[in-house]
Design a protein. Structure first.
Length: 137
């Protein structure tokens, strides 16, 4: 198996894993994501290294036209799937952080409302520390 064929095979496996991730996120079961599997992470690293070692001009000149066309098709498909995966992951992350922020604000609001005679702080109240997991939010 040539380097080009190996890169194609790895890209196809990565596409399958990313499609499975997208399906798991759409079902609401992120625990079933395949990209968190160490085998897929290692495959991703190997793919990056192998793909970087290919020279486009050399591959086009030396590989059969059918293999070169398949490489281009698989690469384009992988890029599209990666972009879709990134968009979905970003949406899930934003939704999760928004829920955590809303819960923390509600806990804080209720905590302050429970003390009607307490002096109101001159500064903005800090969110409940137990609910915040990422202070960048």
């Amino acid at each position: 198996m040539s380097n080009v064929e190996r890169v194609i095979a790895m890209a196809e496996r990565l596409i399958e894993a990313l499609k499975a991730d997208i399906a798991a996120l759409e079902r609401g079961t992120p625990s079933q994501m395949r990209s968190t599997d160490p085998e897929i992470q290692q495959l991703s690293m190997l793919y990056g290294r192998e793909a970087a070692s290919l020279n486009a001009k050399t591959v086009k000149a030396t590989a059969p036209a059918q293999t070169y066309a398949k490489l281009m098709k698989v690469t384009k498909h992988l890029q599209e799937i990666l972009a879709l995966h990134a968009r979905i992951i970003t949406r899930v992350k934003n939704a999760s952080e928004g829920m955590i922020r809303a819960i923390a604000e509600e806990v804080d609001r209720r905590r302050l409302a429970a003390r009607p005679y307490a002096a109101k702080p001159s500064y903005a109240p800090r969110p409940a520390a137990a609910m915040i997991y990422n202070s960048v939010v």
